[in-house]
Write a protein that binds this ligand. Structure first.
Ligand SMILES: Cc1ncc(COP(=O)(O)O)c(C=O)c1O
Length: 375
């Protein structure tokens, strides 16, 4: 992967327009097709590589806005769960929507969007004269790895005539595994999705992607002409990335995906992701067996959230206990666990997503958790 970057930087070719480097543009288009295939998108789908999930969410929301709303779009409202990554809200703001147009929908006990609340909110918004146009589903939340019921969300989007964008930045590539395919069922029915190879495919930072079911939608929503630009490709087989994204100048990003997959095949990635799922199930089982530990979010992908509990302590005291517990775990400097807040309470999360994390490291985590539990 580093070799791919070395080559790309050394040749320094411009892939914003097809005519400047047809083979290299084609190589990125091929890589995007592979990603579409992994996600179960049909023929006619496409997309582009972005610098990450935040930019992919932004481009996805802009595409939805331009496809579904008129030029004066401020009556448009969009919906996502209270567990969505903050980049979704940020993207909506950057796409021009006031904060009040972004509806944060309550999640259920497994941290998945509540469809009954969503339907009700859409109905009330329509009655009040708003124009619901987009729902952003979660395929692996940052807090707990929760996956919305994507099939039900796709049904709802169809019934309500909403664009369905799925933030699969973290969780999407688990579709390479059997368990991931089951958890993510329905994602292939979305209109667009964000997928970060720099997370689940372990590639260098700066490797994200936006995939769209109808690649012509990207062009319709992004193409702007100028006299000094060369003629753009009309053949649907070829793409000018500047017409499908916010960028004009862009480097040769495709090689960092193309080269490792060509060299190793997709098998090692698949096996590595299976291992991450196994490791997460393993640590969840070990934690469940520990006295004084409560699992707050069971693994849906490769994240588990837990906390320490002690009878007689109120919520604030429990939060304080867990803050100190986390400090003690991380003080060993062998593992680094991160906190989050779920339903207003401080919890600790383990996210297994490095190709270097194997059972030995998980055992270390467990040892450090155990010794942090000791008085
Ligand atoms: C679910 C989810 N969406 C979006 C993002 C943003 O991705 P990036 O950091 O690549 O911009 C993240 C990052 O952690 C994420 O976990």
């Amino acid at each position: 992967m580093a070799v791919a970057d070395l080559i790309a930087s050394s040749i320094n070719r411009y892939v914003g327009v097809w005519a400047a480097a047809p083979a290299l543009v084609q190589l990125e288009a091929t890589v995007v097709q592979w990603l579409c295939g992994i996600m179960g998108y049909p023929a006619g789908s496409g997309g582009l590589l972005t610098t990450g999930g935040s930019l992919a969410n932004l481009e996805g929301i802009v595409t939805a806005r331009r496809e579904r709303l008129p030029e004066r779009f401020l009556s448009g409202t969009l919906y996502t769960s209270d567990q969505a990554h903050h980049s979704v809200r940020k993207a909506a703001l950057l796409a021009g929507f006031p904060e009040a147009n972004v509806r944060s929908i309550e999640s259920d006990a497994r941290f998945r969007i509540r469809l009954d609340v969503l339907r009700d909110r859409i109905r009330r918004d329509r009655a009040a004269g708003h124009v619901p146009f987009l729902v952003v589903g979660q395929a692996g939340t940052t807090n707990t790895g929760a996956v919305d019921d994507l099939s039900a969300l796709a049904d709802l989007a169809r019934d309500e005539r909403l664009w369905l964008h799925v933030d699969a930045a973290y969780g999407g590539v688990f579709r390479l595994t059997g368990r991931g395919r089951r958890a993510l069922a329905g994602i292939e029915r979305s209109d667009s999705l964000s997928l970060d190879p720099h997370k689940g495919l372990f590639l260098p930072y700066g490797t994200g992607s936006l995939l769209v079911r109808d690649r012509a939608a990207l062009r319709r929503s992004h193409a702007v002409r100028a006299d000094y630009m060369p003629p753009m490709q009309e053949d649907p087989e070829f793409i000018d990335f500047c017409e499908s994204s916010a960028e004009l100048s862009r480097g040769f990003r495709g090689l960092r995906l193309w080269l490792p997959i060509k060299m190793h095949g997709i098998g090692p990635f698949e096996r590595n992701l299976e291992e991450k799922l196994d490791l997460t199930e393993w640590i969840a089982a070990e934690l469940r067996a520990l006295d004084g530990i409560e699992i707050v979010a069971e693994p849906q992908l490769s994240i588990v959230a837990f906390r320490r509990v002690r009878p007689g302590l109120d919520d604030d005291a429990l939060d304080e206990l867990n803050r100190r517990f986390l400090e003690r775990i991380n003080a060993g400097r062998r593992v680094h666990l991160t906190p989050t807040v779920l339903r207003g309470r401080f919890v600790i999360r383990i996210c297994v997503l490095s190709f270097r994390t194997h059972l030995d490291r998980m055992r270390m985590a467990l040892e450090d958790i155990r010794s942090a539990l000791e008085p």
